[in-house]
Design a protein around this ligand. Structure first.
Ligand code: AMP
Ligand code: ZN
Length: 137
């Protein structure tokens, strides 16, 4: 796709530090290296993010993640695997990608957490029902 930086990486128009490639998937080092070894796994098909991904493309991309992650994690057994969908969720490049972020310890510069809330089991049941109704092929 024109003007997509990751499509340009796939075509070779822009250089990248490749760690894995096959006919459908490419993995390369993230230029910002949140931690040493920070890698992105992308489908070669241009798709905006996981919300717009077909099951077939998801299967293709995610099926490669464990073996690439195992290669990336040679230095450490801990790793966060992340994906951002849409700007509010932190997506800045609109070609789907999965972040593999090796973790080295509490002081490795990665800070993640969720606010915790007291569970409201009735509300959880209603919410689960309303989401379940929306699940389609
Ligand atoms: P996200 O914020 O989830 O959309 O992540 C986009 C990631 O792409 C960021 O972590 C950037 O550092 C990374 N990135 C942007 N341009 C390049 C590039 N030319 N080569 C490698 N990584 C890139
Ligand atoms: Zn693209």
């Amino acid at each position: 796709m024109d003007n997509c930086i990751f499509c340009k990486i796939i075509s070779g128009e822009i250089p990248s530090s490749k760690v894995y490639e096959d006919d459908k998937v490419l993995a390369f080092l993230d230029i910002s290296q949140a931690t040493k070894g920070h890698t992105l796994v992308i489908p070669k098909e241009h798709v905006r993010n996981i919300l717009e991904m077909s099951a077939e493309t998801a299967e293709t991309v995610f099926s490669r993640v464990p073996k690439i992650a195992r290669a990336v994690q040679k230095a450490t057994r801990a790793m966060n695997i992340l994906n951002n969908n849409e700007e509010v969720a932190g997506q800045t490049v609109f070609h789907a990608h999965i972040h593999l972020v090796p973790r080295y310890g509490a002081d490795d510069g990665i800070h993640m957490g969720f606010d915790e809330h007291e569970p409201d089991f009735a509300a959880l049941a209603d919410l689960a029902d309303s989401i379940a109704k929306e699940v389609t092929e």
